[in-house]
Design a protein around this ligand. Structure first.
Ligand SMILES: N[C@@H](CCC(=O)N[C@@H](CS)C(=O)NCC(=O)O)C(=O)O
Length: 299
């Protein structure tokens, strides 16, 4: 097992849970509270993230785009170890922790489940408000801000439709390809990934954004996977039928989102690439592949 049971580590750490047929299963998050739609007191709520993680990246992007960076401190735990995400040094944790599991246990000494990023933490009540990225994104987006909403009401139905399709075949599809332990599970996932990229390439013909005429959550959901594709998912998760850069409309969309003020500072290509290469279950030597070199890196 790859999780804690009643506050104790259970067995050896593995990156995946499986369904018995070699297919990767992502478990539901446990902490699901909501914050009010008001500006938070500076320093009360904190985000715990890893540069590697696309789900955490959604929340980092929303924090940055909504101008909340000064109010919501962020802490990086970048190395995935056999005791969950490790902080580079204890000074990177507000409580001097070595690992993220210590934060979970501070919230619930009997915690049962996986130790995942992102985590939205309430430092006043010493509790995890929420550890589900889609919900954290939505609650940060509802906070008052001069920046436009990433989930405008008029576009919400379409944004959510794209969200579901992107999650199933692309955002999580690359993980199902990378963590598959049977040929069948891998084949099924990788075909789905590229079928979705083909559809997106056609959809983006003559369009700047996935939905409507503005950046929305749908673009964020595509971007976090797009940013990781050529550097990590292509070489390490074997999503290698084509490079992301081989799709002109998709690559232009990736660069368009990257150029939005507030986005580039949420991206750390090098840390991300090293993070994926350090997942020993898929890359036993830990060697970081040299290529393909993403266009953003070559720029
Ligand atoms: N449902 C969660 C998934 C988060 C998630 O799976 N995070 C991964 C990193 S990309 C993680 O922390 N994995 C560690 C583990 O499962 O042990 C969300 O979207 O917030």
């Amino acid at each position: 097992m790859a999780r804690m049971i009643d506050g104790q580590w259970e067995g050896e750490w593995r990156p995946t849970d499986e369904d018995g047929d070699g297919a990767f299963l992502r478990k539901a998050s446990v902490f699901r509270d909501t914050l009010p739609a008001e500006l938070p007191e500076p320093g009360r709520y904190h985000l715990f993230v890893a540069w590697t993680c696309p789900w955490a990246h959604r929340t980092l992007l929303t924090r940055s785009l909504k101008g909340l960076s000064d109010r919501i401190p962020v802490h990086f735990a970048n190395e995935l170890t056999d005791k969950s995400w490790a902080f580079e040094t204890p000074a990177h944790s507000p409580y001097g922790d070595d690992h993220l599991f210590e934060v979970y246990l501070r919230a619930d000494p009997h915690y049962t489940g996986r130790i995942t990023v992102p985590v939205l933490w309430d430092s006043h009540e010493q509790r995890i408000v929420n550890n589900e990225s889609a919900e954290i994104l939505a609650m940060l987006d509802r906070m008052p801000s001069d920046a436009p909403s990433l989930r405008p009401a008029a576009l919400l139905a379409e944004i959510e439709q794209w969200g579901e399709r992107l999650y199933a075949s692309l955002n999580n599809g690359v993980y199902r390809a990378g963590f598959a332990t049977t040929q069948e599970a891998y084949d099924e996932a990788v075909v789905g990934v590229f079928a979705m990229l083909d559809q997106l390439e056609a959809h983006l013909e003559g369009r700047e954004w996935l939905v409507g005429e503005q950046l929305t959550e749908a673009d964020i959901r595509l971007f976090v996977t797009a940013f990781r594709f050529d550097a990590a998912y292509f070489p390490l998760f074997r999503c290698n039928l084509r490079r992301y850069a081989d799709y002109p409309n998709l690559e232009a969309h990736l660069e368009r989102v990257y150029a939005v003020p507030g986005v580039a500072e949420t991206c750390n290509l090098d840390a991300m690439r090293r993070g994926y290469a350090s997942i020993r279950a898929i890359n036993p030597t830990g060697i970081v592949p040299a290529g393909p070199i993403p266009v953003l890196d070559a720029a």
